[in-house]
Design a protein. Structure first.
Length: 118
């Protein structure tokens, strides 16, 4: 069964191109470890909510944009194995992230409905 990783990421608006390049650099690694797809959505219509919203979820600052992203995997075991392999990567690689990873929200999801392009 497919598996989905979801992310909300606060990125400095001025770092949009650097963020895209960073993710494009890492995509082949994920792909080679079994990931099927990656989507990065740059927030351009992210309204403030009355109770909660994407902005508050990542403690978005005035000079930042929220990114909504997801990656699909063929199954959870493939995803788990890929992340285990990547944990052995260097701290230097992770320090190069062009966003504040402490405010990133992420999680893994089992689909209960998938429609559209396959």
């Amino acid at each position: 069964m497919p598996y989905i990783d979801g992310f909300l990421i606060p990125v400095r608006t001025a770092d949009r191109d650097a963020f895209r390049e960073f993710e494009a650099h890492w995509w082949p690694t994920f792909r080679d470890k079994g990931a099927l797809s990656l989507v990065l959505g740059w927030g351009d219509d992210v309204p403030a909510g009355k109770v909660t919203d994407f902005r508050r979820a990542v403690d978005l600052r005035d000079d930042e944009t929220v990114v909504f992203a997801w990656m699909t995997w063929p199954d959870k075991p493939t995803r788990d194995a890929a992340y285990r392999d990547m944990e052995e990567g260097s701290a230097e690689d992770m320090a190069a992230m062009p966003f504040d990873a402490k405010r990133m929200i992420y999680g893994g999801f089992t689909p209960i409905l998938m429609e559209g392009a396959k």
